[in-house]
Design a protein around this ligand. Structure first.
Ligand code: BF8
Length: 627
């Protein structure tokens, strides 16, 4: 566990703001984590069960106390059920976010969403073709309406499989059919997962975990994929653009508004309002030089990817950023928003605004955004932020912003390669690039903030492994300076030469956490080009500092898609060696990939490098020995 006497963060802005929080006696996630020690060992091992009220029950891991709960469930059943419920919650979160976007698309089609529009007609038509929606002779809005209807059917049970599963390589789809884990409907799989984990339903730990994989796949190739694709249709496909990151992006002489959460439906509208002449004039009248919109967490990644909006920080920075005293307003939607935020904000002048009908927070002002009123609401809240500027007191903005480049959608990556994956594959075949790793996920106060992300990423690129990242890792790596073309100097000679030729960084920012599906699409393109399955590719996934249920779901759909995935923190499964062995070994025979848990990022880098070299060897490519 992370030593609380050490610096809480590996970043300068994080440590300086944490010192300020301590000085001002503001409680943060680190103090609350400390106050929880020792955390429950039964829960940590997945051995406590609260599913029914014959319990709560605990299974004794030392074999001395009870070995079953009141209902008779043993350690394997309890651990598998708990993990599966985490998968269901993660899938529900991402996929419900996707549904919100489909609803906006449907409302745009009906003219009921002023301010939103179809920004990428070509992508709309490509998606329509995938869904079998006729486009000939139809108006754009008609196509949008028909596509939204078809996507909504993916959520139910009227299909044999969710539509975008067709994007996976044929071998992978055949394997899913054989194993019986092809996802049928997005809501259906989550609902079935909750049903199976009710007391007295599925008590086979293997069958539970197989449904867990099907549930996760319904998110990866369903709800999350829909979220990303519809966001691209409504707000544009990301292309590389320059931006800046860390707390230094706040401006002392401007109105600072931070957007936090996940869904671009809110943050895009806010970004538009921040550019309105009326509100910019008002800001001037109030003595501010402008309105500075900054991002936090994944909604920050969404607006960074498409607009180059600066990023103030990731998960563990969300409280600290308020201690600058420079944030005039924080606007949140949902997911990963600590309920403590309004308490921290109350120590300053910062206004906290919640916007989603499904996410309320103590101490925040609630202004509900819906497609029909979002434009108007965005203007109203940004106006309130401008009005709040004059109430600032003591402002402390540590450090200078770090430059970064974001916006590497699959379309942008293939574009940079000249339109096809061939140059990337040639480089892999020639061994100049050994392979690629998707580093994803969160921060966790059990680990020094951003430390594992930095170390792992650095070790991989210096060994000629291309890194793509999303979510909070993407922010960590941008702050570390890995996302400027000059960072090619940090890479091994093969990767360095390619990055320099293409003028790209060795670490490519692929977006928010729902955008992990961009990685699946890219891997499918690479596998198809080589005529192999995803599990044959010299690639891996990693979540070095994960904390959330969504991260569990992402890890499971990565593995079920054939990507061996490293986890930093141990998931709560240690109470069942059967579950541990299946997830870390047995799955290889089922889906051709497994999980590996390794808290030390140096050792994790070695594990990943060995895995990549083994995959190269199996493909008949040159393989290095990793010492
Ligand atoms: O969805 S990486 S802490 S912000 S869960 Fe949350 Fe984790 Fe960050 Fe985005 Ni993803």
């Amino acid at each position: 566990m992370f030593d609380p006497k050490a610096n809480v963060s590996v970043t300068e802005d994080g440590n300086r703001l944490y010192a300020r929080a301590r000085q001002e006696n503001i409680e943060t996630v680190w103090e609350r984590h400390q106050a929880q020690q020792p955390q429950c060992g039964f829960c940590d091992m997945g051995l406590s069960c609260r599913i029914c009220i014959m319990g709560p029950c605990r299974i004794d891991p030392f074999g001395e106390g009870p070995q079953t709960g009141v209902c008779g469930a043993d350690a394997d059943i309890v651990v598998a059920r708990n993990l599966c419920r985490m998968i269901a919650a993660g899938a529900a979160s991402h996929s419900d976010h996707g549904r919100d976007l489909v609803e906006v698309l449907a409302k745009v089609a009906r003219g009921q969403a002023p301010g939103y529009k179809i920004r990428d007609e070509a992508k709309l038509k490509r998606l329509a073709a995938e869904y079998g929606v006729a486009v000939e002779g139809k108006e754009v809005l008609q196509i949008a309406g028909a596509l939204a209807d078809a996507m909504m059917e993916d959520y139910g049970m009227r299909r044999k499989a969710v539509q975008l599963v067709d994007r996976a390589p044929k071998k992978r789809r055949e394997l899913w059919e054989k194993v019986g884990i092809t996802p049928r409907g997005i809501d259906r799989e989550t609902s079935e997962m909750m049903h199976r984990t009710h007391m007295g339903v599925d008590n086979g730990w293997v069958s539970l975990l197989l449904q867990g994989m099907r549930n996760a796949l319904s998110d990866g190739w369903g709800g999350s994929m829909i979220a990303t694709e519809v966001s691209d249709i409504l707000f544009g496909v990301p292309t590389p653009r320059a931006t800046q990151v860390n707390a230094g992006v706040l401006k002392a002489d401007q109105v600072n508004i931070a957007v936090h959460g996940h869904n671009p439906v809110v943050s895009e509208m806010i970004s538009k309002a921040c550019m309105s002449k009326e509100l910019l004039d008002l800001a001037k009248q109030k003595g501010a030089q402008g309105i500075n919109l900054v991002g936090l967490c994944c909604t920050g990644n969404e607006v960074l990817m498409r607009r180059g909006i600066a990023m103030a920080g990731n998960h563990l920075m969300t409280e600290l950023i308020l201690t600058t005293g420079a944030v005039d307003m924080m606007i949140v939607d949902y997911q990963c928003i600590m309920p403590s935020l309004a308490k921290v904000a109350a120590c300053y002048h910062t206004k906290m605004i919640s916007t989603s009908d499904k996410a309320h927070f103590p101490g925040m002002e609630h202004h509900e955004f819906h497609p029909h009123n979002a434009e108007e609401k965005a203007m109203a809240v940004v106006r309130a932020a401008v009005e709040n500027f004059s109430k600032r007191r003591d402002v402390y903005i540590p450090g200078k912003p770090q430059a970064a480049v974001g916006g590497f959608s699959v379309e942008a990556i293939l574009g940079a390669l000249g339109g096809t994956a061939a140059p990337l594959l040639d480089a892999v075949k020639a061994g100049r690039i050994r392979g690629a790793v998707g580093i994803v996920g969160c921060n966790n106060p059990k680990i020094q903030h951003d430390q594992n992300h930095r170390v792992l990423t650095r070790r991989l690129i210096e060994n000629d492994i291309l890194v793509v990242d999303t979510g909070c890792v993407a922010v960590a790596n941008a702050k570390a300076g890995f996302k400027v073309p000059e960072a090619a100097e940090l890479a091994g000679p093969g990767l360095k030469a390619i990055c320099q030729a293409l003028k790209i960084p060795p670490v490519l920012h692929m977006g928010s956490c729902v955008d992990n599906v961009r990685i699946l699409v890219l891997l499918s393109a690479l596998a198809d080009a080589l005529g192999v399955d995803i599990s044959d590719l010299p690639v891996a996934g990693s979540a070095p500092e994960w904390y959330s249920e969504k991260a569990v779901t992402i890890g499971v759909y990565f593995v079920a898609s054939g990507v061996t995935t490293h986890l930093g923190p141990m998931p709560p499964i240690a109470g069942s060696m059967n579950v541990v062995n299946l997830l870390t070994q047995g799955l290889n025979d089922v889906v051709g990939a497994t999980f590996a848990v390794e808290p030390d990022p140096e050792k994790a880098a070695l594990f990943i490098r060995r895995h990549i070299e083994a995959k190269r060897k199996a493909l008949g490519l040159d393989a290095r020995e990793v010492m």
